[in-house]
Design a protein around this ligand. Structure first.
Ligand code: B1M
Length: 213
């Protein structure tokens, strides 16, 4: 097995320390940072994402794989910065105002990072004006809103309206998700994309950014 295949396989098993060591080995072998990222770490995360979508693995496996991905990124980050590898797209994510659920949102974030997106996480209980400020500050391509409560999903409409009045609505894509959210709800509030799960959200984000690149 090549070192890149090793990185992918170890990441899928969630072996954080071994992923880090394998990335260091790949660097020592002279592989470039972009190749290690895309063909090692992101390849492994992509496989986990697909399995998660097909219910072949569950939340704990994804969280453990994401931890391993983060461990692999530690030796890689300085090289990525110096070699000028650009993020595939810029995302601002948060759980809407009044809502404290963040497990699903964190999974979406991790899957998106696994696809090479730069994700700014605003956390939970995020008021709409914070989404607008972050969209402007980070020049976001995509705003991602998560909600788990039927009482808070309506806050997403407020985010859409705030992005409109803030003058940035037409410059970005608004993605929504979370257990009570549906495609028809997404359309009814004027958002752009509904994703039912973290893997679909990451795939949609990568497709959106590839189109606008
Ligand atoms: Co709460 N809770 N909770 N809770 N909680 C639910 C959501 C509930 C369905 C439980 C129930 O009654 N059966 C219910 C909501 C009912 C409703 O509105 N329809 C509920 C309630 C009522 C409440 C409180 C009001 C309870 C109370 O205090 N009386 C309270 C509200 C607090 C608040 O937010 N203001 C509350 C509190 C909590 C805890 C703090 C204890 C805890 C949250 C801890 C945390 O997140 N750090 C909690 C939990 C854990 C749950 C359940 C058990 C699990 C949620 C979860 O993490 N699922 C949940 C019941 C259940 O789902 N079985 C429940 C796993 C996660 C991976 O799935 O978040 O759906 P999910 O994310 C998925 C997709 O939805 C999607 O991708 C993810 C992975 O594929 N996705 C996106 C999510 N965001 C996305 C964004 C996208 C795209 C996809 O694009 C932007």
């Amino acid at each position: 097995m090549s070192t890149l295949e090793d990185i992918s396989a170890l990441l899928q098993k969630g072996r954080a320390n071994e992923v880090k060591a394998a990335v260091e080995k790949a660097i020592a072998e002279g592989l470039d940072a972009k190749t290690i990222l895309e063909e090692g770490l992101m390849a492994g995360m992509g496989i986990i994402g697909g399995k998660f979508k097909r219910n072949e693995v569950y939340v704990p496996e994804v969280l453990i794989a994401a931890r391993a991905m983060n461990a692999g990124l530690v030796p890689l980050k300085p090289l990525l910065i110096s070699s000028g590898v650009k993020a595939k797209g810029i995302v601002v994510i948060g759980t809407v105002k009044g809502d404290l659920h963040d497990i699903g949102k964190n999974l979406v974030k991790m899957m998106m990072e696994g696809k090479g997106m730069l994700v700014h996480d605003l956390g939970v209980d995020v008021p709409s004006d914070k989404f607008v400020a972050a969209a402007k500050e980070h020049h976001a391509d995509i705003i991602c809103c998560s909600a788990l409560l039927t009482t808070t999903m309506n806050e997403m409409k407020g985010v859409v309206e705030a992005l409109k009045s803030g003058g940035v609505r037409d410059k970005l894509t608004i993605m929504v998700g979370g257990a009570p959210v549906t495609d028809s709800f997404c359309k009814s509030i004027g958002a752009d994309v509904y994703a039912p799960d973290a893997a679909s959200a990451a795939e949609a984000a990568a497709a959106i950014c590839a189109k606008s690149a």
